[in-house]
Design a protein around this ligand. Sequence first.
Ligand SMILES: Nc1ncnc2c1ncn2[C@@H]1O[C@H](COP(=O)(O)OP(=O)(O)O)[C@@H](O)[C@H]1O
Ligand SMILES: O=P(O)(O)OC[C@H](O)CO
Length: 499
Amino acid sequence: MPPVNRRNHLLAIDQGTTSSRAIVFDARGAIVASAQREFDQFYPEEAWVEHDANRIWTDVLAVCREAIDRAGLSAADLAACGITNQRETTVIWDRATGEPIHRAIVWQDRRTAERCRALADDSTEAWLQERTGLLMDPYFSATKIAWLLDHVDGARARAEAGELAFGTIDAWLLWHLTDGAVHATDATNASRTLLFNIHDQRWDDELLAFFDVPAALLPEVRDTASDFGTISKDLLGAEIPIAAMVGDQQAALVGQACFAPGMAKSTYGTGCFLMLNVGETAVLSRHRLLTTVAYRIGGRTTYALEGSIFVAGAAIQWLRDALHLFEKAEQTQALAASIEHTDGVYLVPAFTGLGAPYWDPAARGAILGLTRDTGIEQIVRAALESTCYQTRDLVGAIGDDAPGPRELRVDGGMAANDLVCGFLADILQTPVERPEIIETTALGAAYLAGLQVGLYESLEAVGALWRAERRFEVTREAAEVDALYDGWCRAVARVRCAD
Ligand SMILES: Nc1ncnc2c1ncn2[C@@H]1O[C@H](COP(=O)(O)OP(=O)(O)O)[C@@H](O)[C@H]1O
Ligand SMILES: O=P(O)(O)OC[C@H](O)CO
C-alpha cells in the first residue's frame, strides 16, 4: 500500500444553530474523525432567539482540537480548513477587544418584525428583491444589525467611528481564528444580509442608507473559495490555511456536487431547505422564493433559488414528544410501512404558519380525514408524507421560475428514512438520490477549501467524488400521485387564513 499522505487532510468547521462541529476528511471526502458540542439557546422574550457568540467561539476551538486529536493527526497534517455556518445570525463586536457588544441575534429571531412591516411596501419589496434576491423579513441580518446599534448604549456612535465590527458567524470565527487579523466574509454569507447587491457583488450604499447601517462595520467580501488567512499557530499548534467560507445550505449544495444548472438538493432536518442551482445569471422568483449566491469561485458567481419548509423532522419530533406515539424517530419507517396508504388522512404541519409558496403566517396545523379506523400508523405516515407534499409545493413553485430538477439529492436526518425518500420520488415523479456521505454541509466546506489549495483541480473533479448510497426510482403512475397531491392541496386549503 502507498503511504498515506498526511498533508492531504482537510478540516471542516460546521457551526450550526444548535451545535458546533469539526470534521476531519481525507482527500477523497471520507470522514476520518469528528467532534461536536451542543450549546444553549436563549429566548429572552417571545420570538427572540439569541446565542452566546463567545461560547460558539470556544466550542469551535475545542471541537477542532478534539477532531484533529481523534484523527491521530496534528494541525501540521491539515492542508486547509473550510468554515460553514448557520447563516444570517448577527454578531457585532469591539475591534479592540474582540468582545461582542451583545449576544448574537439568531436567524430565527423575529424581534424586528414590526420594523420590517414599517419599512415594507410593494415598491420597496420589488427594489429589495431586484438588488438582493431576498424579501423584507426579520430573518435576514440588516434589521438585526440596526436593532443592536439602536439598543446597545453608544453602539451607533462607536460603529460610525469604526470601533465596531459586524459579521455573520463565519466572519466572527475568522476574526478569532486569525487573532483579529482578518475581518472578512464570503459572497454566500454576504448575500443573506439584505445589504449586498448580488449582481455587482458588493455592499450597496443605498441599501446601507435604507437600513441605517454604517459601512465602517462591514467585513470585506471574498470569493467562497479564497485565501482567508491562517489559523493562528497558538490555537492548534501549527498554522492552517483558511481556504473557504460558505453558508451551510450552500455548502450542502456543494457537498452534493450540484454544480450544473438544474441540479438541486434538499436537506431534511428540523425544517427543510431546498436549493436549485440556476447557473451564472440570477433568476428572481415569482413565488417569493429566495435568490441567493450558491458560490463564488475565481470571481465567477453561481446563483441558486432557495425555498424552505418550516416543519419537516419537527413534525416527527412533535408526534414523539407531544403525542408520545413512538420513542425514536427511526421507528416511524416501520410504522408507516406497515400500511399501504393513509386512507385519506392528511397532516398539515403548519405549526408556525405556512411558508413557500403559500406565505400564510396565521395558518395553523391540522389532521384531516380521520375515521374510526385511523390509528397511529396512518397519522405517522401522514406526517412523513407531508414533508414530501411540501417538497412538491416547493418544486412546483421553483419550476415556475426556472427549469426544475431532473433528480433530487437529499440529505439531513430525515433522509435516512427510506419510506420518505421513496414516497418523495413518487410524489415528485423525479428520482431521489441519497449520497454515501450524508454530512454534506461539512463536506462542501472541505471540498471548497481543498479546491482553493489545489487538492482538487476543478469542481468537476470534486463532482466525480460524489457517490449515491441509494437511488429511489419513481414507482407509481402520475395519475395516482396527482390524486394524492390533490388531496394534500385540499387539506392545505382548509387550514389557510390568507388568500
Ligand atoms: N429515520 C427518521 N425518520 C424520520 N425522521 C427522522 C429520522 N431520523 C431523524 N429524523 C428527524 O430528523 C430531524 C433531525 O435531523 P438533523 O439533520 O439532525 O436536524 P437539524 O440539523 O435540524 O437538527 C429530527 O427532527 C428528527 O425527528
Ligand atoms: O444551522 P441550520 O442547519 O439549522 O441552518 C440554518 C440556516 O443556515 C438558516 O438560514
